[in-house]
Design a protein around this ligand. Structure first.
Ligand code: ZN
Length: 259
């Protein structure tokens, strides 16, 4: 493999500082995920540019060996300062962890990039970031091929399941689940979110008191199908009804053309 320099543009979805002062970043770009190191970056101007959720243009150098590409330069192309607000940050962090877990390095994924960028914009601007996170989590999962089977009970295959699956986050029939059925809006959301546009889902938010059940199911589903996502720990207490923001979203706009 020959050495080369390349320019890429993407959003920082993961950032780690090593004891040596290097910054290791993972970017989600329209050409896929990219991992690179800014050597000694923590002491230079790159430190503030290579921040989580920043949209950056980077010049990277890939050495002749198969080691990590290094960041030579970085310019800030866009930032969403409101994502630093605690109630938005936790959701943005969860989306970034999802994107990191769901999409592979080198895998071309223009659509994933657009969806993720739209999710961050929505989380930054919308009055109801929790709802943005619920809708876009399901959309990201679906794009990566993880789709909840809402047609049949996950255990006995009976049609029209409406009860939560406390183990796998799927849907169960009344005979297979010991939990009460989802309420109407939450059930309708689970059945429609994948085929519906993001805009349509945003216009019909599930009432906050029904959301904890949706978060619990999502957490179980992701844990079983994808693996451990650390952000749940800071997020799940927020999903309690007392915290959920009841703000109106009828006039809200998500800047994404996601399917
Ligand atoms: Zn069943």
């Amino acid at each position: 493999m020959r050495s080369r320099t390349a320019n890429r543009s993407g959003i920082v979805i993961r950032r780690r500082v090593t004891p040596a002062g290097d910054i290791i970043v993972t970017l989600l770009t329209p050409q896929g995920k990219l991992k690179a190191v800014a050597r000694g970056g923590v002491r230079g101007p790159l430190a503030s540019r290579l921040n989580l959720f920043h949209h950056v243009g980077v010049q990277i150098y890939q050495g002749p060996h198969n080691d990590l590409a290094s960041v030579q330069q970085a310019i800030l192309e866009g930032a969403l300062p409101k994502l630093a607000e605690p109630e938005r940050y936790a959701f943005a962090h969860l989306m970034a962890e999802f994107a990191d877990a769901l999409f592979q390095e080198g895998e071309f994924s223009d659509q994933a990039f657009e969806l993720f960028a739209g999710a961050l914009r929505g989380l930054s601007h919308q009055p109801d970031p929790e709802w943005v996170a619920l809708v876009l989590s399901h959309k990201l999962l679906a794009l990566a091929g993880f789709v909840l089977n809402t047609g049949h009970c996950a255990r006995c295959r009976a049609p029209h399941p409406a009860h939560p699956d406390p183990l796998g986050g799927q849907l169960l029939c009344g005979a297979c689940s010991s939990l009460p059925a989802y309420q109407g809006e939450a059930l309708e959301f689970l059945r429609s979110v994948v085929r519906q546009t993001v805009r349509a889902s945003m216009e019909g938010p599930v009432p906050p008191e029904q959301r904890p059940a949706l978060w619990k199911a999502l957490e179980r589903y992701v844990t079983v199908h994808i693996g451990n996502v650390r952000s749940w720990r800071q997020l799940l207490p927020m999903a309690a009804p007392a915290f959920a923001s009841p703000g109106p979203v009828a006039d809200a706009v998500v800047d994404t053309q996601a399917p």
